[in-house]
Ligand binder design. Sequence first.
Ligand SMILES: [Zn+2]
Length: 427
Amino acid sequence: MHITETTEKVFAAIDDIWEEELLFLKTIGSFKSTLGNEKDIQMYIKNHIEEMNMKATSFVPDPKRLSSYQNYGHVEWSYEDRPVVVGEWKTNQPKIGKSLILQGHIDVVSAEPEHLWKHDPYNPTIVGDKMYGRGIVDMKGGVAAMIHAVKALQKAGITLGADLQIQTVIEEECTGNGALALLDKGFVADGALIPEPTTLRAMQAQVGVLWVRVKVKGSGAHVERAEKAQNAINKAAYIIQALEEYREHINTKPKHPDYSNHPHPLNVNVGTINGGDWPSNVPSECTLEARIGFYPGENPADIQREVKEWILKATEKDTWMKETPPEVTFYGFSAPGSSHSSDLDIFDSLNNAHQLTTNESLEQTAFTGTTDVRAFDEFGIPAVCYGPSGGNMHGVDEYLELDSLKMLTQSIAAFILDWCKEEQTSE
Ligand SMILES: [Zn+2]
């Protein structure tokens, strides 16, 4: 692929609408779209897509329909007012290229503790060549880029040789059911690009992820009789220790080939703990929740069994817990890993586009987290993550590097042209 008159026109259009793209990103970054609060941003994007003369559809996921998929994440909450959105740009011409889905998640993780931020997490701020805000790099920047790549193609008067969809989904950060809902409804294509932050590399593999909840029981009392009581918080410390040992254990096992160069591919993270309500009470319950990584090719149900056995075995060291074992349950992510052969067409097309934009060849990467790519695996659709650079994802002062956003927008536009092809209009 080399610079043609068409790509020149499209890149010029990207320059022309650059300020508009930044403003769009600041606007979507100002929606606090944590779990349960996704409607306003989704309606904003839906309107935007309609203004681009695309056919926009939105609906809420139906967990009953989705529960039979391997990628389904068990939910304990409602989908009311929590839509997924899709915009379709259909070609009237005979199909000469391959159809494409550009997909991004608009849900963000909590920005707490917000007082630690230098910048207001929901009032995105540009300082130098960076924009700060919750979700700005993961992954509202990618959403802004994919929408503006399409806008630039339209502005340059391009007619694509295959259909294109823009999808914005919920729950990438907890179940993946948003992406699954769109695919299940028939919004499929010959390939998909998800501009998750990858420092402009192509994600070729990702680990599996599951969430576990452990409810530790104690026997509460006033602290003066504490020697007779069983303190659930103290007991939970055994479980935390056991999960730490499990993390070491799984990282000493032979590595999946995609992760052979990674020093520590599998993480175990205790993310929440809740117990007790008074310094002078012995807490009778303590619940902790953790995230566990595992390799592509391993079955989430097998890992759940292994984790449960590991935890229950650890409780045998304590007489109380042995007799009063904690409850171990699973919810949210039950996400298998993903590994793609690097000779898929989609990597070639992306490599062409990336080289055109950066003059460098495309590097591939294996990710130690999960993304919605795996939902596409279940539908046999080749999908790849390729997105901007930045830092502090899921942390304080998350930021996006703006040069990478510009390059990403160009790469996505070039990738669309390579993948969908351009309809040659006879003049
Ligand atoms: Zn993300």
